[in-house]
Design a binder for this molecule. Structure first.
Ligand code: LMR
Length: 331
């Protein structure tokens, strides 16, 4: 190698090092709507912490909780515009984008979060992660929160007790149909407007998980919570497909590994937090909890048969069968 070649080599190495050193870190903005102490809130912050440890200087994460940046209905557009790069809307909120995920909202389909987990790990659950690929949104994994209960300003023991009750719901056609079938009045409101609507008595109740209820203080304006556990509230972590595909391969791999770790942590936390927040609400002594016996539950389930039937043409029966089988395998 002559002197000129050595010099060219040195300049190349120097300019590569300089460019790398001066390169701005890749920015990932993660927008969500819940409080930081909920399973999703903790998961988002933990993702930031791990990324900034393991990809220090290469990737920077900014987390925006409490809908400080976007509400769940806006976040799909924000993601497609690459204004945010990560979000984790509830599975029920995907119905404005695709019908493929409606199965998650069928009332009394899944018995508990571990049945859902079993379903999600299976072939169909994994396939559903790609439901928005054609629209430029990539599903990276599922996070969980827990089973929904119903809070209200009157006791709900049987399905007929819901008649004329106005309840805040997420924007899902299945959930809307569920409450119409009960004779209730479903009102679609953003999550962050719910506390105020309950406080001002614009609505009589709402359905949610223990951690969402407790972190928002919904129970302060309610007198009863019925432990229906009628559906699962979980999330799909999503990203802009072009952004993700264009990441340097080693960065993408590391981010996927980190997400895998955080996903497991979120699942474990969700179960513990549901128990803890339920107990905290009991300890406050403000609301009365109503448990359903197996017989009561069966009555609620029967009342939902027309809803299942009305979505029969939209939700693949094979998917429903696999989801139901997840309950049995889980026992
Ligand atoms: C809701 O709107 O009730 C939930 O989807 C909020 C959330 O992200 O858990």
């Amino acid at each position: 190698m002559n002197l000129l070649q050595t010099l060219i080599g040195l300049i190349a190495v120097f300019s590569f090092t300089l460019t790398t050193a001066l390169a701005e870190p890749i920015l990932i903005r993660f927008s969500h709507v819940v409080a930081e102490q909920t399973p999703k809130g903790v998961g988002a912050n933990r993702f930031k912490q791990l990324v900034e440890e393991k990809l220090a200087g290469r990737v920077k994460v900014e987390v925006f909780p409490n809908a400080n940046l976007y509400n769940d209905d806006e976040v799909f557009t924000a993601l497609l515009d690459n204004d945010v790069q990560l979000a984790a809307p509830s599975l029920s909120k995907f119905s404005i984008m695709t019908k493929a995920l409606q199965v998650y909202d069928l009332p009394f389909l899944f018995d508990d979060p571990s049945a859902v987990e079993h379903f999600q790990r299976g072939e169909i659950g994994q396939r559903l992660l790609t439901a928005l690929d054609g629209k430029g949104i990539k599903g990276l994994g599922y996070w969980s929160n827990g089973m929904r209960v119903i809070s209200a300003n009157r006791p709900l023991r049987t399905p007929t007790d819901l008649r004329q009750l106005s309840l805040r719901v997420e924007p899902s056609k299945v959930i809307e149909a569920q409450y119409r079938q009960f004779g209730a009045i479903p009102i679609k409101l953003p999550f962050t407007h719910t506390r105020d609507a309950l406080r001002r008595e614009v609505i009589d109740g709402q359905e949610n998980t223990w951690s969402n209820i407790y972190s928002q203080g919904f129970q302060a304006s309610q007198t009863y919570i019925t432990e229906t556990h009628h559906s699962f509230l979980g999330y799909m972590v999503i990203t802009n497909k072009t952004f993700w595909d264009q990441l340097p391969a080693d960065v993408r791999r590391e981010l996927e590994t980190i997400l895998g770790q955080v996903t497991e942590e979120v699942k474990a936390r969700a179960t513990a937090q549901a128990r803890q927040d339920r107990q905290a609400i009991i300890d406050e002594g403000r609301v009365q909890l109503i448990a359903l016996t197996d017989q009561d539950r069966e009555r609620w389930r029967q009342a939902m048969i027309p809803v299942w039937k009305s979505f029969a043409s939209q939700i693949d029966p094979e998917i429903i069968a696999v989801a139901r089988a997840a309950n049995a395998r889980n026992r």
